[in-house]
Design a protein around this ligand. Structure first.
Ligand code: PA5
Length: 445
């Protein structure tokens, strides 16, 4: 089992009877998911994706990544929400947030189109100055405003730099198989294009070209990621809670919610998990946060945030529980040396790696938070490597679907996000949205 879940830090919140009582709900959610009879069942492509994917497209992704690595100093990844968070999470998890600053043989990766900040776009353009760039624009709908604006600007920049012919070879489109302006543009201009499968929603798409192309450009081993996800798919299949950490995680979340918790704080002792946390937040918030239900997902990095929100976690309003992600093996063996004069009185740490100290700090925090009345779940991941990342992606996707079905929610739609998009189209004057615009303007007066 690649990932283990420990629940001893929920003592006083979840007892043996709770586990027994929740099993039938979990079994029911498992059956809904695997019989493909549940709400949103047209979006279950992710469920068997680790073994059932387009091998030919996978080879094209690999080849395109190789070409981008050989011809570019930077890849501009344009997308928002599910069309960028997975790639960014993986790049930082595998290569850390220092990736762009360190010396390497792979291109820098700049993520744009994930906000409407003119400042960020301008600064990224400045970073591109004098660099050979390629662009990967990612949008399933092809109509999202944020990536749309960024693509216009960076495409123009690229054409100005290298001319239209060369630009054509440097633009890669990831979009719907046949619909939408982006796909139409790719076909017209001859851009190489990849598919966001119809049966996979944005936040479940990291193991498609959406995530895999940028990850491969950054030097991530996409075969190992898919292999890790395939292991998860095989191992996380049984409905029995005590044989399936993914379902025990979903069940624990459900039980803690029933016991009055409304916020889940995903914590890690490694800053390389910041963007994984962003991906996880979208996955759970957009999947579960409907019909007045769902846990509010948020994140923290320990020990950094123990010195800011730690006090609240332990003794503040009792609204949250923690899910801690801990690594078993160190990514680095840096340790604390012995000092002959013990000038700082830290010799009691000598011989320990910083990784060891970090683990102890995390466990100390969980114990202390439990004393304060805040329960925690502990997920242990063997190491920050591709195979375990693939496993983790699948683990959370499946836990999310099971959690939502246990709540009686369709995990695969996002009516709230669509609502904001429609309002924005109307207020910005997109043709076809005139009536909505009049209505919104009346409400704003
Ligand atoms: O998960 C989702 O469906 C959303 O977050 C979308 O990925 C996001 O809104 C971007 O949409 P699109 O890929 O159509 O540009």
């Amino acid at each position: 089992m690649a990932i283990s879940l420990e629940t001893q830090y929920t003592k006083g919140f979840i007892d043996a009877e709770d586990w027994e009582n929740i099993q039938p709900r979990v079994t029911e959610a498992h059956e809904i998911l695997h019989s493909r009879r549940g709400a949103g069942n047209e979006f279950l492509g992710w469920l068997s994706l680790p073994t059932d994917y387009d091998r030919h497209e996978f080879e094209r992704i690999r080849a395109a990544a190789q070409r981008i690595r050989e011809t570019s100093d930077a890849l501009i990844v344009i997308g928002i929400g599910g069309s960028y968070l997975g790639a960014r999470a993986a790049v930082e998890f595998l290569k850390t947030s220092f990736y762009n600053s360190i010396e390497k043989t792979t291109p820098d990766i700049y993520f744009v189109g994930n906000s409407l900040s003119a400042f960020d776009i301008q600064e990224t353009l400045r970073l591109c100055s004098g660099k050979r760039i390629s662009i990967n624009v990612i949008s399933k709908s092809g109509t999202t405003v944020e990536p749309g604006i960024a693509f216009r600007i960076f495409r123009d920049h690229l054409i100005r730099m290298v001319g239209p012919e060369e630009a054509r070879k440097r633009i890669y489109v990831t979009a719907d198989r046949s619909k939408g302006v982006l796909k139409a543009l790719a076909d017209r201009e001859g851009y190489e294009s990849f598919v966001v499968p119809n049966n996979i929603g944005g936040r479940f798409s990291v193991l498609t070209a959406v995530g895999l192309l940028p990850i491969a450009v950054a030097g991530g081993d996409i075969d190992a990621i898919m292999a890790g996800a395939a292991t998860a798919m095989e191992e996380l299949h049984t409905p029995y809670l005590f044989q399936n950490p993914c379902y025990r995680y979903a069940a624990s979340r459900h039980l803690l919610m029933q016991k009055g918790r409304s916020v889940e704080l995903l914590v890690s002792g490694e800053p390389r998990c910041v963007q994984l946390g962003e991906w996880w937040k979208q996955l759970f918030a957009e999947s579960e946060g409907k019909n007045g239900k769902g846990l509010f997902p948020t994140t923290a990095i320990f020990t950094t945030d123990l010195h800011s929100i730690g006090q609240f976690i332990q003794q503040g309003t009792p609204l949250l529980f923690e899910t801690a992600v801990m690594f078993d093996r160190p990514a680095n063996l840096l340790g604390v040396e012995f000092a002959a004069d013990n000038f700082d009185s830290l010799n009691y740490l000598s011989g320990k790696t910083i990784h060891d100290v970090n683990r102890i700090a995390l466990l100390s925090a969980l114990l202390s938070h439990m004393d304060g009345g805040t329960p925690s779940l502990l997920l242990t991941v063997p190491a920050a490597t591709e195979d375990h990342l693939g496993y983790l992606f699948y683990f959370f996707e499946k836990a999310c679907a099971i959690s939502a079905y246990m709540l009686g929610i369709n995990p695969f739609n996002q009516p709230g996000v669509e609502g904001y998009k429609r309002n924005m189209f109307a207020l910005l004057g997109r043709p076809g949205f005139e009536a909505r615009r009049r209505d919104l303007e009346r409400r704003m007066r």
